[in-house]
Design a protein around this ligand. Structure first.
Ligand code: BEZ
Ligand code: FE
Length: 295
C-alpha cells in the first residue's frame, strides 16, 4: 500500500493526501473547488519553496488584510482587485453577445439608495470641478431604444474622493443619481469632469503595491449600473482616454470599448441653457444592453 493511501503526508503525495480527506464532502461544488485550490496552492508552494520566515510573512500579510476589513472597508476585495481576480470573475460572469456594452468592476463606493433625479439634473452638489454634460442612449443589441431603463451613476469629486469617503465634508449623495429613460431611451445629466484617484492604499494592499513598484491610481471614470426589465444588468464605467493612468489602472478595469470621448466645448448658448459659467466638457455615450438569455 502506498504511503498516501495510508493517509500519511509526504512531499510528493501532498495533494492526494489532502484532497483524499474530502471524499465525504457534503457539497460536490465545495469538494471540486477545494480540490483545485489545494492542487494549485501546493504547486505554488513547491515551486516557490518558501522559507519558514517567508511563509510567516504571508500569514501575517493575510492577517493584516483581514484586520483592515470593517463595515465599509473590504481589504480582501481590494486584494482581489489588484491581483486581477475581480476582473477575471467579472469577465467569466459577463460574457456578452456581440454589440452589447462590456462590464467592469463594481468597486466599493456604490450606495444603494441614491436619489432618483429628473433627467438633466446636476449631480455635483459641492460646486467643485469642471462642468460636464453627459448624454446618450440606452439601446438593445438591434439598436432599439430601451424605455424605463434605470441608470445609477456615481463618481469621485474633483479632489478624487467619493462622498462616502468624506462624510461631513462632501454633501450626502454628492455626484450620485438615478435616472430613468423615457420612450426614446435617452439619458442626460450634468456633473463634473472626473479625475484620477488612488484606491485606498493606507493598508496592506497599498503596501504590497508599493513593494511591487506599482502605483495605486485608477484613471478618471464614471460608474454606471444600468437595469431594465428583460435585460441583463450592466455594471460598468466610462473612462477618460486622455488620463495619465489609462494604461495602468491599479485594478485592471479599463477596456477599449469603455473609453468615452470627453470634448471641451466653447458654446455660450448651451452653457447658459445648462447653467454653466463658461466652457464645459461634453460626453455623448450610448450603452447597449443584452436581453436576458441572449447569446
Ligand atoms: C472604484 O472605482 O471606485 C474602485 C474600484 C476598485 C477598487 C477601489 C475603487
Ligand atoms: Fe471609482
Amino acid at each position: 500500500m502506498a504511503t498516501h493511501e495510508k493517509g500519511f503526508f509526504t512531499e510528493d503525495d501532498s495533494v492526494a493526501v489532502v484532497t483524499g480527506r474530502n471524499i465525504n464532502a457534503r457539497d460536490e461544488r465545495l469538494k471540486q473547488v477545494m480540490e483545485v485550490i489545494t492542487r494549485k496552492l501546493h504547486e505554488a508552494v513547491k515551486e516557490i519553496e518558501p522559507t519558514q520566515d517567508e511563509w510567516m510573512q504571508a500569514i501575517l500579510f493575510l492577517t493584516r488584510t483581514g484586520q483592515t476589513c470593517n463595515e465599509w472597508r473590504q481589504e480582501y476585495i481590494l486584494l482581489s482587485d489588484v491581483l486581477g481576480v475581480s476582473m477575471l470573475v467579472d469577465a467569466i460572469n459577463n460574457r456578452k453577445p456581440s454589440g452589447a456594452s462590456e462590464s467592469t468592476v463594481l468597486g466599493p463606493f456604490h450606495v444603494a439608495d441614491a436619489p432618483e433625479l429628473p433627467m438633466g439634473a446636476n449631480i455635483c452638489l459641492d460646486a467643485k470641478g469642471e462642468d460636464m454634460f453627459i448624454e446618450g442612449r440606452i439601446l438593445d443589441t438591434s439598436g432599439k431604444p430601451i424605455a424605463d431603463a434605470v441608470i445609477d451613476v456615481w463618481q469621485a469629486n474633483d479632489e478624487g474622493f467619493y462622498d462616502v469617503q468624506q462624510k461631513g465634508i462632501q454633501p450626502d449623495f454628492n455626484l450620485r443619481g438615478i435616472f430613468r429613460t423615457g420612450p426614446d431611451g435617452r439619458y442626460c445629466f450634468r456633473a463634473v469632469k472626473p479625475k484620477y484617484y488612488p484606491i485606498p492604499d493606507d493598508g496592506p494592499v497599498g503596501q504590497l503595491l508599493g513593494q511591487l513598484g506599482r502605483h495605486p491610481y485608477r484613471p478618471a471614470h464614471l460608474h454606471y449600473i444600468i437595469k431594465a426589465d428583460g435585460y441583463e444588468t450592466l455594471t460598468t464605467h466610462i473612462f477618460d482616454p486622455d488620463d495619465p493612468y489609462i494604461n495602468s489602472d491599479a485594478v485592471f478595469g479599463v477596456k477599449e470599448s469603455l473609453l468615452a470621448k470627453f470634448n471641451r466645448m466653447h458654446d455660450p448658448a448651451r452653457a447658459q441653457e445648462y447653467g454653466f459659467a463658461g466652457d464645459f466638457w461634453d460626453v455623448d455615450h450610448d450603452f447597449v444592453l443584452a436581453r436576458k438569455g441572449e447569446t
